[in-house]
Ligand binder design. Structure first.
Ligand code: ADP
Ligand code: 5GP
Length: 232
């Protein structure tokens, strides 16, 4: 792709601003491993610092899930047309349903001056790694074992037998990717919620402090995001 000189300058200066903004936080790990549980604890403790990137999905809402809170619930045609129009940072098909992070979802959190937290699968992580847009911190949450994962999924009582089996099938590959050195900044085994949360919290808080020392501010990251999205 060929960029004009002025466009290149603006993207380079935008890229430099990455260094000044707080980095978003990506949580990844097999379905049922405890990501939502850990994210909820983070938001309960530090509601003014973190905001959730509300993904789109074509799966049906679970009992208690609200449109615009856990997800934006949509259908395949609408979501595909939004993807085709370049409105998504990443998207994936997981367990037979589409999931994706819209640019708007991240922008909404950054506009509120908060650190954006994304809960996405391995396919999404791989796509985000290919762009400079977000430059997030990557945390992988793994279960103590596949049998414990199955137990959690069954006890959560949200899946049909078919979707549960698809999730367990995906889990093995996800764990292999998660455990590969260099793929994530932090890998947390969620054998105990309090212990796992402490690891996540300590990591995130120390990282924010470190970034503050480097002059980070959420406003700069928002500016960076709207410039850099032109690269996609
Ligand atoms: P995910 O968001 O990764 O799909 P959830 O946060 O929904 O996973 O957790 C799946 C289920 O496991 C929930 O019922 C949750 O209460 C439970 N859970 C989470 N962490 C633990 C843990 N350390 N030990 C036992 N159960 C857990
Ligand atoms: P669930 O149906 O259990 O809410 O989510 C299933 C899987 O989809 C989880 O691993 C979750 O991290 C992932 N997921 C949720 N939102 C997104 C998204 O926007 N993009 C991608 N790639 N994965 C997502």
């Amino acid at each position: 792709m060929v960029f004009s000189m002025s466009f290149r300058k603006s993207t380079i200066s935008a890229f430099n601003m990455v260094q000044k903004g707080f980095r978003p936080l990506v949580l990844c790990g097999p379905s049922g491993t405890g990501k939502s549980t850990l994210i909820k604890k983070l938001f309960d403790e530090l509601p003014d610092s973190f905001g959730f990137s509300i993904s789109h999905t074509t799966r049906k809402p679970r009992a208690g899930e609200q449109n615009g809170k856990e997800y934006y619930f949509t259908d395949k045609e609408e979501m595909q047309s939004q993807i085709d129009r370049g409105q998504f940072l990443e998207s994936a098909t997981y367990s037979g349903n589409m999931y994706g992070t819209s640019k708007r979802a991240v922008e909404d959190v950054q506009r509120a001056g908060k650190v954006c937290v994304l809960d996405i699968d391995v396919q999404g992580v791989k796509q985000i790694k290919k762009t400079i847009t977000l430059d997030p911190l990557y945390v992988f949450v793994k279960p103590p074992s596949i049998s414990e994962l199955e137990k959690r999924l069954r006890e959560r009582n949200t899946e049909t037998e078919e979707s549960l089996q698809l999730r367990l099938k995906a889990a093995q590959e996800e764990i292999e990717y998660g455990e590969q050195p260099g793929n994530f900044h932090l890998v947390i085994e969620n054998d105990n919620v309090e212990k796992a949360y402490k690891k996540l919290r300590d990591f995130v808080v120390s990282e924010i402090e470190r970034q503050k020392g480097l002059g980070a501010s959420t406003k700069c990251r928002f500016i960076q995001f709207i410039y850099a999205e032109q690269l996609i």
